[in-house]
Ligand binder design. Structure first.
Ligand code: APR
Length: 185
């Protein structure tokens, strides 16, 4: 299996190829739409595997607080998933890179990590937010994710035991691996 691991300020940062719905961590992150409906891609897979508990809790949040702004995050139970929680965030739609996309993508990662820490969650797995339907080029998204996560870990030493990036395809894993190697110099 493709896997890389590094320890940053007491937290394991793991890069691996896999299916996020199968991860045995406390929380998995969903690349959601603002309406928090199942949608396709990773979101469809998470709602299918989690079942009605996830979809109904997401719908209740949507009714209560309206559409989720890009870069923000909310939490629901994980239903039938191995993960106890799903943290739903909305990544930016790629519009060429000049519309604040990198900042919004970094904010999405940070919001999920902040929410996890505030709930006492110790292990979290992310998919590659925005790089499917939302069209964010994976090489660029990888650099944003692999800068934002270590920045957070350095600011919150020991707050989390493990942060895992789970890439669905071998190509995406390779893009993240290249960014990982570039950024760790
Ligand atoms: N596990 C891990 N990663 C997955 C899985 C899975 N089971 N299924 C898909 N992916 C990957 C895709 O290969 C892609 O690299 O998740 C990444 C994100 O793709 P999308 O799910 O399309 O997410 P995003 O680009 O953020 O678009 C969000 O898609 O599902 C809709 O309702 C959602 O409108 C929203 C949009």
């Amino acid at each position: 299996m493709r896997r890389l691991e590094e320890v940053i300020e007491g937290t394991r940062l793991v890069l691996q190829q896999g299916d996020i719905t199968r991860q045995e961590v406390e929380a998995i992150v969903n690349a959601a739409n603002p309406q928090l409906t199942p949608g396709g891609g990773v979101s469809g897979a998470i709602h299918r595997a989690g079942g009605p508990e996830v979809t109904q809790a997401a719908a209740a949040i949507r009714r209560q607080r309206g559409p989720l702004p890009t870069g923000e995050a909310v939490i629901t139970p994980g239903g039938n998933l191995p993960a106890k929680w799903v943290i739903h965030t909305v990544g930016p739609v790629w519009r060429g890179g000049g519309k604040g996309e990198p900042e919004l993508l970094a904010k999405a990662y940070r919001s999920c990590l902040d929410l996890a820490v505030s709930k006492g969650i110790k292990s979290i797995a992310f998919p590659s937010i925005s790089t499917g339907v939302y069209g964010y080029p994976v090489e660029r998204a990888a650099r944003v994710a692999l800068a934002a996560i270590p920045d957070f870990l350095r600011e919150h030493p020991g707050a989390l035991a493990e942060v895992r990036m789970v890439l669905f395809s071998a190509e995406d894993f390779e893009a993240y691996r290249r960014a990982w190697e570039e950024l760790s110099g």
